[in-house]
Design a protein around this ligand. Structure first.
Ligand SMILES: Cc1cc2nc3c(=O)[nH]c(=O)nc-3n(C[C@H](O)[C@H](O)[C@H](O)COP(=O)(O)O)c2cc1C
Length: 447
């Protein structure tokens, strides 16, 4: 059976995907930028708009890392405001379970689901570092091995809160002057290793009952957590082989939790560069890559793996002869990529071999190993590749990250989406009202 593709639009936060120097590049803070991307996504009938989360300004070598986009407004405030200027588009935010409390987060998502008439989505992340934790009351809390324990309990508790109101609980009965039909509406009680709370939840049941749950962890525990609880996964595995392996792995875990293949939607992040012809797009992609990885950025990336000050090195010269410093990463703080290098010595060895084989400078190597453009080509080529990956079960669709904010999605909406629609693999109109409808998901399961 031909699968239908799911598409989402990622508003880039702190990252180096964004090309600032492009004359079209705009603000990452002003509301008009959020509105532009969201309305483009809705015009193109995308499933949802997506915000990642970073809770502390990144630092490198003790200074603010200002080669990335710096700063980020609050997720709930942005999504609630977008609910007023969109009608069908899902509104998904990344909110971590490590530093928040379930009562507060459940209130915020239930409220967003009400305000948006059933379009809220929650990407539950555990967050990665004690550096971010210093912003919060607990400071540095939790050790990595406890984060998924808390995440699981957090989600169960939030679900209990969402479910503490049932459909049909009457809000106000003018004749009797009573506001609740059920005496125990909102009642909850939770005592476990993470939470010791009870009371009454004060947001009545929202249109979706609960927000759609996304998950982004990639470890074994992360995948298991997703298989047990998530409606969708946000992943980095966007190529065919890696995607198929990941897809098989996570879908294969569902049966353990009494779930079916279609209960979990797999969505890798993906970037794209379009041109009138494939050759033009390739040329443009090369320009974009060089804009994304300046000489300075290349040295900073290398420092993140080497865990050393490499500011004296020439980005157009060869890799350092010294090896990475193994142990706690003291150079880069608050960056995801630091966690991705689980074995820095092995990665450095691979990079050296690659640089030698292809005669690459530091900058050229970083451009190669941090390759970001998943789809490069004329609109037809890009539409074909996207459809091929989805039909080959490498994924169920993509969360697209444009390299220009806020207008970078426009050419995709105008040129690629119609080709997917012509092929009958992407909707021409929304058929449902809620985000759950767009993703083809059944009613929320209990966990
Ligand atoms: C594709 C992807 C996107 C993520 N996005 C965020 C994010 O926006 N904010 C955040 O705090 N953590 C984010 N995370 C981190 C995860 O929540 C998790 O803390 C991290 O991946 C470590 O868990 P793991 O060992 O299971 O991968 C992301 C992870 C992945 C794989």
């Amino acid at each position: 059976m031909t699968k239908q593709i799911h598409l989402a639009a990622h508003f880039p936060g702190v990252n180096n995907t964004t090309v600032w120097s492009d004359p079209e590049a705009g603000s990452h803070i002003e509301f008009s930028s959020f509105v532009h991307l969201a309305q483009t996504a809705e015009r193109a009938k995308f499933d949802f708009f997506f915000l990642a989360e970073g809770l502390r300004l990144r630092e490198q070598g003790g200074q603010i890392y200002d080669l990335d986009v710096v700063g980020r407004p609050d997720t709930f405030t942005v999504l609630a405001a977008l609910a007023a200027v969109t009608e069908r588009l899902g509104l998904t935010g990344t909110i971590n379970s490590t530093f928040n409390e379930p009562y507060e987060v459940a209130r915020q998502f239930a409220s967003l689901d009400h305000l948006s008439a059933g379009r809220a989505g929650w990407n539950v992340v555990t967050s990665w570092d004690a550096f971010t934790g210093e912003n919060f009351r607990r400071g540095g809390y939790l050790p990595a091995e406890d984060r998924y324990v808390r995440a699981k309990r957090f989600l169960e508790t939030a679900a209990e809160l969402f479910d503490s109101w049932r459909d049909g609980d009457v809000l106000a009965d003018k004749e009797t002057g009573r506001f609740l039909a059920r005496d125990d509406a909102g009642a909850f009680e939770r005592h476990d290793s993470q939470f010791d709370i009870k009371g009454r939840f004060n947001v009545p049941r929202s249109p979706q009952g609960r927000p759609v749950i996304l998950q982004a962890g990639d470890s074994d525990e992360g995948r298991e957590f997703a298989a047990a609880t998530a409606d969708a996964i946000f992943t980095r595995h966007g190529t065919k082989e890696a995607g198929q392996e990941f897809y098989r792995d996570v879908k294969g875990r569902l049966a353990r939790y009494g779930r079916q293949h279609s209960d979990l939607v797999v969505l890798p992040a993906a970037t794209f560069v379009l041109g009138d012809t494939d050759a033009e797009a390739q040329e443009l992609a090369d320009v974009v890559r060089h804009q994304q990885v300046s000489g300075q950025t290349a040295i900073k990336f290398l420092e993140q793996l080497w865990n050393r000050d490499l500011s004296e090195y020439d980005p157009d010269g060869p890799l350092p002869e010294v090896d990475p410093l193994v142990g706690e990463n003291t150079i880069a703080r608050g960056r995801a990529s630091v966690r991705m290098y689980r074995d820095p010595l092995a990665t450095a060895k691979q990079w050296r071999e690659l640089a030698e084989a292809k005669n690459l400078s530091i900058r050229e190597l970083i451009i190669e190993v941090t390759g970001r453009q998943n789809f490069v080509g004329a609109p037809n080529t890009v539409a074909e590749s996207i459809n091929d990956l989805v039909q080959a079960d490498a994924c169920d669709g993509f969360i697209l990250v444009p390299h220009v904010t806020p207008g970078g999605l426009d050419p995709f909406a105008d040129k690629v989406v119609p080709l997917l629609q012509e092929r009958g693999v992407f909707r021409t109109e929304y058929s449902g009202e809620t985000l759950r409808d767009h993703l083809g998901l059944k009613a929320p399961k209990s966990f």
